[in-house]
Design a binder for this molecule. Structure first.
Ligand code: DQA
Length: 145
């Protein structure tokens, strides 16, 4: 099986952007860790990041040919109906992850328009959340087959 690890806007700056909120781990570190866990769990992990809404939507569409999605939509979680609709349109199970505890932050981060069309949600576990999300996606894949 193949799982898409998809990152939205500004997450290419992980490690240098607001370390108090997001830590010092880089995106490359996260991708390496998730790939390594994938190998352990028997799934291939394909990593993508974009700062552009339409490109993210194209990646979600491409994941129709894959078995699962781990998605950090970044700020698009809070307002992109188009990204939400893309997730709803594909049957591939998705788990949403936020590094920070969005519920402990500004009120505009308390809403996720994408979360209701995902199969699970992780927030506030730091970058460990990615491993938690991948484990859940692998669980959903195993349940399906
Ligand atoms: C984030 C939380 C979002 O509110 C923010 O816009 C991000 C990162 C997180 O991983 O904690 O870009 O998705």
């Amino acid at each position: 099986p193949t799982v898409l690890l998809l990152h939205g806007p500004n997450l290419n700056l992980l490690g240098e952007r607001d370390p108090a909120q997001y830590g010092t781990t880089t995106l490359a570190d996260v991708e390496e860790r998730v790939r390594a866990l994938g190998a352990e769990l028997g799934v291939d992990v394909v990593c993508e990041q974009s700062n552009h809404e339409g490109v993210l939507i194209d990646h979600v569409h491409a994941a129709r040919a894959m078995d699962g999605i781990v998605l950090n939509p970044g700020a698009f979680a809070h307002y992109s109906i188009a990204l939400r609709d893309a997730l709803e349109a594909v049957a591939t199970p998705c788990v949403e992850i936020h590094i920070s505890n969005v519920h402990a932050r500004e009120s505009f981060r308390h809403t996720s328009v994408t979360a209701p069309v995902t199969r699970g949600y992780v927030s506030g576990c730091g970058t460990n959340g990615y491993e938690l999300a991948l484990r859940q996606v692998v669980h959903l894949i195993a349940e399906r087959t």
